[in-house]
Write a protein that binds this ligand. Structure first.
Ligand code: SF4
Ligand code: SF4
Length: 459
């Protein structure tokens, strides 16, 4: 079995997939759900319901707030109790629709049967409308609206759809579980996206540490018989699931600084997004569920789970259902230990892109006392984007935004490989992330000024 990987940098952390054997369990609804209007990249959605309204499960409760935005649907049946700011994971206020749960009545037109629908609709616009109207966003972390990503700008041609089944972050096992429990739906979802992209080829990339998933997906691809879909076995190497790293591994093409995957003919989607696309197009099912992993280091087996959750569930509720916060937990993280976000507010709710609740011990948090740089270069060797993190760190400390931009801080994918590799435990990622935000702000302001000047010149 030949294995492929990306060409530069990367690390080999212990994969710690302790919850891999935990079959997906359905989390029952709590008494109240709080549905965020900011569950996707882009403008927050705008509520279209009022306090006191009765809503059905799957009913639209918010419309897109701009071109890059998404519909949001009710995850439950009940009464709208409030539409008000509530703190998200990071402690920032976002508008949430609070719904008291009262029974379960589904919106009309949703196919709740388990029947696998394999016939791919012919009409591209029908497919894109279903994906848009059902609020599908990328579930690999970015939550970019899927209907926009599947509709490249004029002149851009998709040659290859790459389905990301790498799940290279340690601990996470939700993608693995859907790969073996919802295999055929994922393959149909891939075929739908191939169709909408004009019949390009499709490669489903899965890391070598998931042999059962590789076997299951290969069997489903063969049985369903859609043309042009292949399975690629990826070497276990972090960050193998990064968009640019997957394109490098599969197509041997590099996305230039500031460029997009479509510039080299690639569209990358996560396997969970393929499942959501299947549900949206073949079942008219809105994106109100996803799968998340509850796990950590030194966590008792009975406290590890892979849950099918509905959006709007407080994380405190998820944690309670899973057995409570274990004593060893020094830090709670949403997402993987490398790129995830610290949970600053346990009353924050699940959103479309939620992928985990991780309990990390002091030892696993990678936070140790920092010493001086010994100029070993290990951070640069580990960087999958070819950057020099020690230099970016130095420029960041000096507040040199010009130097940071010249040294491509904007290309940092915030993977944390530099931090992981640094023997001096320098918090490289923290500083680089802040500097990247500042430089991106400068780049955006410059682009806006150039656009305004061009428009003024036309008048
Ligand atoms: S976090 Fe950024 S600088 Fe550090 S290794 Fe990853 S891409 Fe490179
Ligand atoms: S890995 Fe750490 S100690 Fe080594 S060069 Fe980079 S910043 Fe300095």
């Amino acid at each position: 079995m030949s294995k492929i990987t990306f060409s530069m940098g990367g690390i080999h952390p212990n994969d710690s997939k302790f919850a891999r054997e935990c079959a997906i369990e359905v989390l029952p609804l709590p008494a109240t759900v709080y549905v965020s209007m900011a569950q996707h990249l882009g403008a927050p959605a705008k509520p279209i319901v009022q306090v006191g309204d009765m809503v059905k499960t799957g009913q639209v409760i918010a419309e897109p707030g701009g071109f890059i935005s998404a519909f949001v649907h009710s995850p439950a049946t009940g009464t709208v109790k409030s539409i008000a700011p509530r703190k998200d994971l990071a402690g920032n206020n976002q508008i949430h629709v609070e719904i008291s749960v009262e029974g379960e009545v589904w919106e009309d037109g949703i196919d709740l049967s388990k029947t696998l629908v394999t016939a791919i609709p012919e009409d591209r616009n029908f497919i894109l409308d279903r994906i848009k109207n059902n609020g599908v966003v990328g579930l690999g972390g970015a939550t970019f609206p899927t209907h926009v990503k599947l509709n490249p700008a004029p002149g851009k041609v998709a040659e290859c759809l790459i389905l990301n089944g790498a799940e290279c972050e340690p601990f996470l096992t939700s993608d693995y579980r859907i790969l073996i429990e919802r295999t055929k739906e994922i393959v149909v979802g891939a075929a739908i996206m191939q169709k909408v992209l004009g019949g390009c080829s499709c490669v489903i990339g899965i890391e070598e540490n998931k042999p059962e998933a590789i076997k299951a997906v290969k069997a489903a691809v063969s049985e369903l018989g859609y043309p042009g879909i292949k399975v690629a076995v990826l070497k276990k190497r972090y960050p193998q699931g990064g968009e640019k790293q997957l394109i490098d591994a599969v197509m041997k093409r590099q996305v230039k600084s500031g460029g997009l995957p479509i510039d080299v003919g690639a569209v990358v989607q996560n396997v969970a997004t393929a499942l959501a696309v299947y549900e949206a197009v073949q079942k008219n099912m809105p994106l109100i569920t996803n799968t998340l992993t509850v796990t950590g280091d030194n966590v008792p087996v009975n406290m590890m789970h892979n849950y099918l959750f509905r959006i709007g569930m407080p994380l405190s509720y998820v944690v309670d259902r899973a057995g409570g916060i274990p004593d060893m937990a020094a830090k709670l993280v949403s997402g993987g230990p490398m790129m995830g976000k610290a949970i600053a507010n346990i009353e924050a709710t699940t959103v479309k892109g939620s992928s985990s609740v991780l309990y990390l011990s002091e030892e696993a948090t990678l936070r140790k006392p920092a010493s001086n740089c010994i100029r070993c270069g290990k951070c640069a060797d580990a960087c999958p984007m070819g950057l020099e993190p020690f230099l970016l760190n130095r420029l960041s400390k000096a507040g040199d935004l010009e130097g940071l931009e010249a040294n491509a801080v904007q290309d940092c994918i915030e993977c944390g490989c530099c931090l992981y590799s640094c023997p001096a435990n320098i918090p490289l990622l923290d500083r680089i992330r802040i500097s990247k935000g500042q430089v991106m702000g400068v780049i955006r302001a410059r682009a806006a000024a150039a656009k305004a000047a061009a428009e003024a010149a036309k008048k």
